[in-house]
Design a protein around this ligand. Structure first.
Ligand SMILES: Nc1nc2c(c(=O)[nH]1)N[C@H]1C(S)=C(S)[C@@H](COP(=O)(O)OP(=O)(O)OC[C@H]3O[C@@H](n4cnc5c(=O)[nH]c(N)nc54)[C@H](O)[C@@H]3O)O[C@H]1N2
Ligand SMILES: Nc1nc2c(c(=O)[nH]1)N[C@H]1C(S)=C(S)[C@@H](COP(=O)(O)OP(=O)(O)OC[C@H]3O[C@@H](n4cnc5c(=O)[nH]c(N)nc54)[C@H](O)[C@@H]3O)O[C@H]1N2
Ligand code: SF4
Ligand SMILES: [Mo]
Length: 720
């Protein structure tokens, strides 16, 4: 790879006749990759990877390259609009920013007065780096209800790691792990959260041993030393099996266990309840393979567990996270170089401080929807979405009157989509901020045009736990689009929060950086800032938990009335727990495996990305397909007890015949009717959000472990 020097960019600029180049950080996914954005005649002309950025070291993905297609898309909303027909009529009129924000402000204040601040729900989806500002507004308003995906994505990793060891342990790829165990994750496609495929791939290229725990043969599983092809949803049992081997063969780190853990004896007792023959029956993984993987992981140092969202979107969510941390802990990999590190953040005001959580009055926090039922989630400010839908539809335990969704499309991305749709249809006032008028936005009263990452100054990777922050620099402006941060800063002044906000959001960036003694103008000139890197901090300070130890036995879970030790629970819908239902719905359904090009519902409008994946796809084993008369590319009907949708079949031999795997978040923006075909191929029409099917502590919805039926569709016509 040529070295990044100024002259390289200078040659590039001269050769192509570019105006110039801006160094920034992409955010077409969870973000973080350093990029060089070249402009021509004031418009983005080319985006390439920045070799100087430690996060991606010059690599980028297709989504980054297509960013300009998003920014300049002709369908993009470039000014605020107000709905002038009934919900879902698609009738909009252009309004000014001032009147849009005045209307939203007036509604917030009116509902706060009439039904309490808790009747106003703010919401966002996955990390789009606006969460700190959204929490700040909600907390200052006095609403404990911020709707996110945190109940079944990343929130569980944060919540369980804080109660177990004080922070989220991140694989230290920079120090070359010798073994990586990839568990329910597909990092080379999803590049999630703190991680990019680059760091992982370099480790593997350097010869790290690779164990993959996945029901499907992923690209990584195909390269793995050991692939554990488990039954979906049985991860806790599998981890117990591995722990059983590690403990009985004394492969654990003696010093760590003797000096740094809480609850060793009861933990071992629980582990002993999972002998390998029992684990094999539950997981479908041969005992010998489990033994082999446990030995490899425990004896190859340093090692990391690259965990993913699949383990969280199950009833065993919190226990999966906790038991994988137990594996990291007792093998001595926590805070070890090349292992799994509790990185220090740079000394800035963090997301929690900026989010003003301390400003939410206690009596308001106590009203958090579902806080009594899902105590682990409630403690960390996270709510189960069904609690919001119930509060709208049934007004229980109190009515929710208004929602403001800033970067979320819940009609497509939350379980039991028809219920979500009904709730958004009923809620008295809905405001949305987005790039497009999505199926969710079609139900709104006001839609605000949001800025993409190319159109804002911000502190990239601010929320992440890898210890870096990166300057995102504004390159262009499009129409009247504004960043969510600026929009919220402006709205805050209209709802009486002015004294806690700023003249403009640039000043908020100074406030975040202030403890470091620098301003945004200083940071803008830097490549990145990294927190102090220190290993084995627990040897001096212990862990930041109630006992000061690494809690295999969680004192917090005990306090909340849950089992303090991890335990395996069979999914509520499965061949084992509902054999009768399994006769009618004879496949285990995995939903939502990530595909390149799309980020949940995003990018289906972009030519290059749609070129990669034109239609919604469900993977089915050739054997099962043959029996059902399904051929490659056929449209098939997928049904669950909740509903039916259609997708195209892709025959895939890399999984058990009893499993099918469907993509999520499919809608058809080229369908210009206000429905945009939201319910034709939306897998969340099939998913279950009943409380009993969720993780009892975290409220995580099970979207990976359902039962379904699949048949060739009589109608082989295209989607609408
Ligand atoms: N069945 C099933 N469902 C799932 C999953 C699964 O695996 N299976 N995965 C789930 C997971 S892990 C998550 S995190 C959630 C994600 O759920 P969401 O985050 O709600 O997902 P999106 O549908 O992408 O909604 C984001 C919307 O915000 C817009 N947007 C993007 N960036 C910005 C921005 O900066 N500002 C504003 N205002 N708008 C922006 C996009 O255009 C898009 O319409 O979905 C989940 N749903
Ligand atoms: N391109 C793209 N990238 C994305 C996203 C996107 O929508 N598109 N979404 C982003 C978001 S919000 C998130 S949360 C991350 C998620 O990213 P990842 O954590 O990588 O999640 P997935 O790719 O959904 O699933 C990973 C693997 O889990 C396997 N799996 C399914 N069920 C089970 C199970 O029960 N147990 C185990 N052990 N494995 C199982 C699947 O076969 C799949 O290969 O990706 C992020 N990155
Ligand atoms: S992985 Fe994410 S941050 Fe990196 S280039 Fe792709 S979309 Fe951008
Ligand atoms: Mo996610």
């Amino acid at each position: 790879m040529p070295e990044f020097t100024f002259s390289n960019t200078a040659r590039e600029i001269e050769y192509h006749g570019f105006d110039g180049v801006v160094k920034s950080h992409c955010r077409m996914c969870h973000g973080g990759c350093g990029v060089l954005v070249y402009t021509k005649k004031g418009k983005v002309a080319k985006i390439s990877g920045d070799p100087a950025c430690p996060i991606n070291r010059g690599t980028i993905c297709s989504k980054a390259m297509a960013s300009a297609q998003l920014a300049y898309h002709p369908d993009r909303l470039t000014h605020p609009v107000k709905r002038i027909g009934p919900k879902g009529s698609g009738k909009w009129e252009r309004i000014s920013w001032d009147s849009a924000l005045d209307i939203i402000a007036e509604k917030i204040l009116t509902y706060k007065e009439s039904h309490g601040a808790e009747s106003v729900v703010l919401g966002y989806g996955t990390g789009r780096e606006n969460e700190a500002a959204i929490y700040r507004m909600a907390n200052l308003l006095g609403s404990p209800n911020v709707l996110t995906a945190g109940h079944f994505c990343y929130g569980p990793r944060i919540a369980t790691s804080i109660i177990t060891c004080g922070s989220n342990p991140i694989v230290d790829y920079e120090n070359h792990p010798k073994c990586v165990m990839v568990w329910g994750n597909n990092i080379v496609i999803s590049n999630p959260d703190e991680y990019k495929g680059e760091g992982f791939s370099s480790a593997v290229e350097r010869g790290a041993k690779l164990i993959v725990v996945d029901p499907r043969l992923t690209r990584m599983a195909a390269r793995a030393d050991i692939w554990l092809q488990l039954r979906p949803g049985t991860d806790t049992a599998l981890a117990f099996g591995m722990l059983n081997v590690i403990i009985s063969e004394k492969l654990y780190d003696r010093d760590f266990v003797e000096n740094h853990v809480h609850g060793w004896e009861p933990f071992v007792k629980r582990v002993n309840e999972y002998p390998l023959d029992r684990v094999e029956k539950i997981t479908w993984v041969p005992a010998e393979k489990i033994r082999e993987a446990a030995r490899l992981y425990a004896t190859t140092k340093p090692a990391g567990i690259q965990w993913g969202v699949a383990i969280e979107q199950q009833i065993n969510c919190a226990d999966n996270d906790r038991i994988l941390m137990a594996l990291m802990g007792i093998t001595g990999n926590i805070d070890a170089p090349g292992g799994q590190v509790l990185f220090n953040a740079p000394k800035i005001r963090n997301v929690g401080q900026f989010g003003a959580h301390k400003m939410l009055p206690k009596e308001q926090a106590a009203k958090r929807l579902g806080g009594d039922r899902f105590r682990l989630a409630g403690y960390f400010g996270i709510i189960n979405p069904k609690c919001v839908w119930d509060a709208v539809l049934e007004e229980k335990p109190y009515p929710v009157k208004m929602m403001f969704l800033i970067s979320s499309n819940p009609v497509m991305t939350r379980a039991n989509a028809r219920e979500v749709y009904r709730a958004l249809e009923k809620v008295e006032f809905l405001a949305v901020s987005d790039f497009f008028i999505t199926a969710t936005a079609e139900l709104a009263d006001i839609v605000l045009p949001a800025a993409t990452w190319l159109e804002m100054d911000y502190i990239g990777d601010y929320w992440k736990r890898h210890g870096y922050i990166l300057p995102r620099r504004k390159v262009i402006e499009v129409g009247e689009c504004r960043s969510d941060h600026e929009m919220l800063n402006d709205l805050a002044h209209r709802i009486g929060q002015g004294e806690h906000w700023w003249e403009n959001f640039g000043k908020a960036l100074d406030y975040i950086l202030e403890p470091m003694g620098i301003t945004w103008q200083d940071f803008k000139k830097m490549d990145y800032i990294r927190g102090e890197v220190k290993y084995y901090k627990y040897k001096e300070k212990g862990f930041s938990t109630p006992t000061g130890k690494f809690e295999l036995y969680s004192t917090m879970m005990e306090k909340w009335g849950y089992d303090p030790l991890p335990e395996y629970t069979e999914p509520v819908e499965s061949p084992v727990s509902t054999p009768g239902l399994y006769e009618d719905y004879p496949f285990i359904l995995i939903t939502g495996r990530r595909i390149p090009g799309y980020f949940h519902t995003e990018n289906r409008q972009l030519r290059w990305m749609r070129g990669l994946s034109r239609d919604p796809v469900v993977e089915i084993h050739p054997g099962a397909a043959g029996k059902a008369g399904i051929n490659e590319g056929d449209w098939v009907k997928i049904e669950s007890p909740r509903g039916a949708i259609r997708m195209r079949a892709k025959l895939f031999a890399g999984m058990d015949e009893r499993i099918v795997s469907a993509e999520h978040a499919w809608w058809f923006p080229e369908n210009k009717s206000p429905s945009h075909g939201w319910d034709e191929s939306n897998i969340n029409i099939l998913t279950d959000n009943s409380y009993d099917s969720c993780d009892p502590a975290m409220g995580a919805t099970s979207v990976r472990t359902l039962l379904c039926r699949i048949t060739r569709d009589e109608n082989q016509g295209e989607h609408s």
